[in-house]
Design a binder for this molecule. Structure first.
Ligand code: ADP
Ligand code: FDM
Ligand code: MG
Length: 216
């Protein structure tokens, strides 16, 4: 039996507006890391399968109403309930790819311009969650996003909300460390190449015997 410590995996977050290409890119990244021999898991937030996730799903589809603060805390609770399994997977060497995370969490809630729901307020419940080793922000113009299809029927899929979300993403990612801003207006292949390069750099720099850090 080997006595060398297990090399931990990396926590890789993909963020961006609707139709930036997050889900397509997460799948391509999963496949490319798998081909390199990594064990990979692809998860997304909200995770609509849990009891909390079902409340969120009903809210997003417009079937139920929630107070702005209350739904914000449910989105956060949905990350907390899955955080333990993320930590275990990472410790066991799995590469975990996450489609939306705390950054979507704070930005969509703060975009509602509710006077008691600031970015600072919104960030508090995220403190202590697993900190991504890299966050890939897929940046896209409203024009490019519009070419990829109209708005769907879910709660935040309207121009006004998307404009405020775009501004707030910009605000938070100016300050955030470990963020790679990716021009998501390029072809799927080009974006995928850029992401693979950024992730390879992250994995090469990773202290694989150290623990996952926490959001502060
Ligand atoms: P998101 O998960 O960010 O909402 P998706 O990956 O579901 O975005 O992509 C939204 C739509 O745009 C899909 O129809 C997808 O095929 C298309 N798409 C994704 N990336 C690109 C790209 N780089 N160029 C053109 N179309 C794209
Ligand atoms: N969203 C997502 C939030 O408002 N808060 C969060 O914490 C998260 C993770 O939910 F409108 C919003 C962002 C988006 C919706 O859409 C989820 P997708 O299509 O499942 O990514
Ligand atoms: Mg998606």
């Amino acid at each position: 039996q080997s006595t060398s410590p297990t090399r931990r995996g990396a926590l890789i977050v993909v963020e961006g507006l609707d139709r930036a290409g997050k889900s397509s890119q997460c799948e391509m990244l999963r496949d490319s890391l798998s081909r390199q021999g990594h064990v990979v898991k692809y998860i997304r937030f909200p995770d609509r399968t849990t009891p909390i996730g079902k409340l969120i799903d009903s809210y997003l589809r417009g079937s139920s109403h929630q107070d702005d603060h209350s739904i914000h805390l449910l989105f956060s609770a949905n990350r907390w309930e899955i955080s333990k399994s993320i930590e275990e997977d990472i410790a066991n060497g799995t590469m975990v790819i996450v489609d939306r995370y705390s950054y979507s969490g704070v930005v969509y809630s703060a975009a509602k311009a509710n006077p008691t729901l600031s970015l600072e307020w919104a960030w508090r419940p995220e403190i202590g969650l697993p900190r991504p080793d890299i966050c890939l922000f897929l940046r896209i113009s409203p024009e490019e996003a519009a070419k990829r299809g109209g708005f769907g029927a879910e709660r935040y899929e309207n121009g006004e909300m998307q404009t405020r979300v775009r501004e707030l993403f910009q605000t938070i990612f100016e300050k955030q460390q470990d963020v790679s801003i990716i021009d998501a207006g390029k072809s799927i292949e080009e974006v995928s190449q850029e992401i693979q390069g950024a992730v390879a750099g992250c994995i090469a720099r990773l202290d694989v015997t150290g623990a996952l850090r926490k959001l502060g």
